[in-house]
Write a protein that binds this ligand. Sequence first.
Ligand code: BGC
Length: 420
Amino acid sequence: MVSASAYRTDELLDGFLREMERGLEGEASSLAMIPAYVGIGARVPAGRSVAVIDAGGTNLRIGLALSGQHGGIELSRFTKQPMPGRDREIPAGAFYDLLADGLEPLKDEFESIGFCFSYPAAITPHYDGRLLHWTKEIKIPEMVGTHVGEGLLDTLAARGMAGRKVAILNDTVAALLAGRVQGEGFGASSYVGFILGTGTNTAYVERNDRIAKLDGYLPAGAQAINVESGGFAAFRRGPYDLLLDERSENPGGHVFEKAISGVYMGPLCLALFQALADEGAFSQRGHAALAVMQTLSTIHIDNLATGNGLDPGVLGTEAFSDADREAMKTVFQAVVERAALLAAVNIAAAVVKCGEGADPARPVCINIDGSTYYKTHRLADQVQRHLRAILEPRGLHIRCIHVDDAPVVGAAIAGLTTFA
Ligand code: BGC
């Protein structure tokens, strides 16, 4: 792995900005820069209910949202299950059936659906989304290249729920929208949604006249762009980054995500531990245990590093010596340090690109979501430190916030405002 100190922050930031620009211009780029057709100006009508689907990297949640006064959103009747297609491959029909099963008990209480779909999808001017490819190791190959909203509405119609409407949006766009209520409170000049959880990605607001690939109905002046920042490829990778990539479900794709997100940091550590053990850096029994390990969850290595008393899985057992555990913590710390630097550059690029934040009284509102960001040992602190080092000399001001259930809240806002 390449350690954090081997990168030049300015070069990384320039690389990000260059790839963003290319993506917007429709040129070859590792950043998809997908227009969301969602503006930030729409008012949420009070007293309306909408169904919400949140297909995240780990969980699938379905329920109802009701809009209150002052833009508040109340959630009810949510069900939660593991995201289908994560453990084994399933057909598209099985996925849509699960969505319809979840919506059926709510069918008398909604006309439209806000659907937070946390995967790369090209959004149409009518708010459908065509899945470009799966990420986060999901295996439902039949859905690739198809319109997810249409697939859902067809299944609902076949089940006697015809005539519904659905707005598909990325989870980062949902996070961006969910930040509005707080952002308006402190006079935010613009909005960014950043996710670092199972996967990673960013959305920011761009002027319509800067976006080459647009057609159809446009929100006034500006709209959210789903950067698909997990695809960023203009950074140096080491041999174990390449190995992890080769072994993944989408080799060559989303290589930035493979360096920083929750589903990959554990496996990256495992590859590094195994290589170090082969070089004699672990005890004999540790070497033997590592040789048969197929995977390592980020949560287990994080629990070991934090010493928080939570389960470190096999890493806490007699299979390893205390010296082995110390070596593992050192490696994990290096992986987290690099992830923090890369995540900060990613957020900073969105801030620079949005063109706002020069006035300290009107900072850019960054809504950050994702368990990897908040729970990983020493990650968030380091991201904030790097952000200050990058943005202060450039005279740019931000305020980072957190909104509970941001993907669901943002999807509800999209469902409530899109068809109002
Ligand atoms: C997906 C993005 C998503 C991100 C965070 C990535 O794997 O490609 O669309 O926003 O994960 O969930």
